[in-house]
Structures are given as structure tokens and as C-alpha cells.
Design a protein around this ligand. Sequence first.
Ligand SMILES: Nc1ncnc2c1ncn2[C@@H]1O[C@H](COP(=O)(O)OP(=O)(O)O)[C@@H](O)[C@H]1O
Ligand SMILES: N[C@@H](CCOP(=O)(O)O)C(=O)O
Length: 310
Amino acid sequence: MKSVQAFAPATVANVSCGFDILGFAIEGMGDWVTLHEKESPGLVVTSIQGDGGKLPKDPLKNTCSVAIQALLDELGRNVGMEIFLEKGLPLGSGMGSSAASAVAALVAANHLLGNPFEKKDLLPFAMAAEKAACGAGHADNVGPSLLGGFVLIRDYHPLDVIKLHVPKDLYCTLLHPHFELNTADSRSVLRESIPLKHATIQSGNVAGLVAGLYEEDYELISRSLRDVIAEPYRAVLIPGFYEVREAIKGAGALGMGISGSGPTLFCLSRGKEKASQIAEAAKEVYQSIGLGVDVYFSAINTAGGHVLES
Ligand SMILES: Nc1ncnc2c1ncn2[C@@H]1O[C@H](COP(=O)(O)OP(=O)(O)O)[C@@H](O)[C@H]1O
Ligand SMILES: N[C@@H](CCOP(=O)(O)O)C(=O)O
């Protein structure tokens, strides 16, 4: 009986101005999924480590099994698999935890089945898992977790996904305060409609950010990290948001925003040294408001989900 292990990275969705349409992958953090083929058909989530016992083993609820089931349904096959999940990512963090599990599971399952799908064609199955996790099949976590780098979802109907250029000196600092915020909850505070002037501001910034990435124009990237659609409603759910934003400006950040739906905040910077200085400046703020925080900094992951061993 075959077995295979895969890894998929953490992600920062939205990147401020690209609500539901833009995200990038983080180096060195993610989830691992090992699959063992079994004789009897059906999916079983056999073990989950690193979740503090919080995640569902019910195959209809865990994003690993939901994603693999969607893949098997498309193929019309009923292969039996045992799923072993190792969570490297905190839950409800805004670092694409549910997405990383789904992507690692899909990459492993596709390999186990002899690669019937191209990597990019696994995306709809991962989106089905996101829908099960938070009620919305958004692709801005699963896209970059699968493909690596910066990913733009130009359209959802039909799905049109574009991998963007990554400037070589771009670094990210992640500030993860010690509390959970479920994506479903922080989506519920958003407005259904936005004023025309906000649509104009947001479109200008998305275009500016994409141009800034291709031109490796760090000042343009900096000017474009602005969100008038989601951030005003979500920032109030995140203690210290405005204080951290002030503090990291002085440490040389290009900008800061909410990572996905929060509570993690992300900062972009030019070079590793600045990323570490930003981390230090932010830590002081969290300390002053008495909120525990984990801080990471990394380059942009360009490989995305991949098989480790089989
Ligand atoms: N393998 C999984 N990893 C993480 N969350 C999962 C997984 N399977 C199901 N979930 C569910 O998804 C929700 C968390 O996802 P979400 O709020 O999007 O957080 P995150 O931003 O960290 O991905 C929880 O309800 C959790 O029970
Ligand atoms: N575009 C989504 C992204 C959610 O990311 P997560 O990492 O918090 O799951 C949103 O903003 O709701």
C-alpha cells in the first residue's frame, strides 16, 4: 500500500487592497499531511497533531478530507485513504490554516493517484474545503498555498488565476497575537455594498500593487498597501492595530495590514534586516498593551505545496 507526505505553506490573503483576490505564501511555516492508502474505500482522518484537540476528525468537516473527497468525486473514484495531519499553523489566525491543510492533502492525494491533475487544477477542490471551513469558497489562501508566490484571482466565474512576479528583496513580518478570530466571524462584519469612491480607491491600489511587484518598485508597493473595504470594519476586532501601525512605520516597514481576516497582522519590508527590526518594534507595542504575540519574519515562499516523500 502506498503512502505519501506533502507540505503546504501559510499564506497572507488580501494583502490589504485585494480582498478575496490577492495573497502570497510564507516561507518556513505550514501544515504537513501524510496519506496511507487503505484497502477499504472511504476517507478516515486517523490523527491530528498540533491542534490542541480542537479540529474535527469528521471527514465531512476537516478541510483535508473535504478537499480530497472533492478530487475523488471529480475523478469518479472511491479510493480508501487514511489521513495524518500535522498542524504547524495556529487555528483561526489569519495565516490560512484551513487552506494549508487542504492544499497539503490535495498535493499528497494527487501524487498518490499518479498525478491525474496539473497542480493548478487542484484549486477548485481546495476552494470546496474553504467553503466547508468558513462558508466562503475564497481562493486567496488556497491559491498561493498551492502555487507559491503572489497569486491574483482575476475572476472566480470562471476561475482565472495568475501567478505574479515576486521582487527579490521583499520580506514579510507576521505578528500573531494570542487569540483566535474565525474567518466566518470576521467576514460577518463586512458590508454587502461599497460606495463608488471606495471601489475607485481600492481598484487603484490593487493595480498599483501589481505594477509595484513587477517593477520591483518598493515605494509604489508601499503606497498601494491600503484597504478601504474590509480593514475599517475589522481593525476594531484587533487590539493594538493602530498603535502597531504607527510603531512599524518608524522601523522602515513599507506598510502593514490585516493578514487574511486577522488577528495576525502582516508588514512588508525591503530586506531581512528591516523585517527583523519591524518585529522588535511591534513586540514592544504588544507588550505595552499586555497582549502575548508570536512574531515571524520570512521571505516570500515561491514553491507552494509540494510532496516531501513517498
Ligand atoms: N484541517 C483544518 N485546519 C484548520 N481549520 C480547520 C481544518 N479543518 C476544518 N477546520 C475548520 O476551519 C475553521 C478555521 O478556519 P479559519 O477560520 O478560516 O481560520 P484560518 O484563518 O486559520 O484558516 C475552524 O472552524 C476549523 O474547525
Ligand atoms: N479573503 C478572506 C481571507 C481569509 O483568510 P484567513 O487566513 O483569515 O482564513 C477574508 O478576508 O475573509
